[in-house]
Ligand binder design. Structure first.
Ligand SMILES: Cc1cc2nc3c(=O)[nH]c(=O)nc-3n(C[C@H](O)[C@H](O)[C@H](O)COP(=O)(O)O)c2cc1C
Length: 190
């Protein structure tokens, strides 16, 4: 079957009327999320930070190893130093709180596990109306300097940095059309 033939079926699958009429809180929170790089000064309450970290802790991990360490950085000097170390994360300095997600290098799937936890933090924040922006960690030259700055043991690697706060500005990037990036059962005929 050629793409033109199965696409309408796929569209019907995703656009069933009963699904559109039903407002789902979880998926609405997911769909409302956008990276935020400009933050208001408004403080993030400590109980919210704790609840967000609780959501990080509950993320899935391969073989339930939970190979991670989560930092919540509020000290302005530390945030500025992290921002200065990064190439594309200078806005970290302006965030009321910055999460740093570290993975235990000895765990086979620490990268996947910590990415799952990072997304849990992002969505937990979003559920409180708080914006954030995933800033790269693991593949960056600044991963080690950030780890040392935060005095994290060398058995851990920085996986991601997550500055967060109430949005002062949001940009909406283009997203690929669902028809171009999904398939039902099999991708093609061959
Ligand atoms: C692994 C990863 C690394 C990223 N690193 C950065 C970064 O260093 N600086 C930055 O401004 N945004 C970074 N982003 C955010 C992306 O630029 C952003 O998610 C993308 O442009 C789509 O926009 P959206 O998050 O609003 O949907 C990163 C996102 C991911 C998933």
């Amino acid at each position: 079957m050629v793409a033109q033939e199965w696409l309408p079926g796929l569209l019907t699958f995703f656009k069933r009327k009963d699904q559109l009429d039903f407002m789902n809180l979880g998926t609405t929170i997911i769909k409302c999320r956008h990276s935020v790089r400009k933050f208001k000064d408004t403080k993030i309450e400590e109980w919210i930070v704790r609840d967000v970290l609780e959501c990080a802790r509950l993320a899935p991990t391969a073989m339930n190893v939970q190979p991670w360490l989560f930092g919540a950085i509020t000290d302005p000097e530390l945030k500025r130093k992290i921002a200065d170390l990064t190439d594309n994360g200078k806005f970290i300095a302006g965030a009321p709180v910055c999460f740093a997600i570290f993975g235990q290098k000895s765990a086979k799937y620490y990268l996947e596990d910590c990415c799952a936890a990072t997304e849990n933090i992002i969505l937990a924040l979003q559920s409180y109306g708080i914006g954030s922006c995933w800033v790269a960690g693991e593949k960056k030259d600044y991963a080690e300097p950030v780890r040392k700055l935060l005095k994290v043991p060398e058995t851990y690697a920085l996986v991601s940095i997550l500055p967060a706060g109430f949005a002062a500005d949001i940009t909406l990037p283009e997203k690929k059309d669902i028809c171009d990036i999904t398939f039902l059962d099999t991708y093609g005929d061959e």
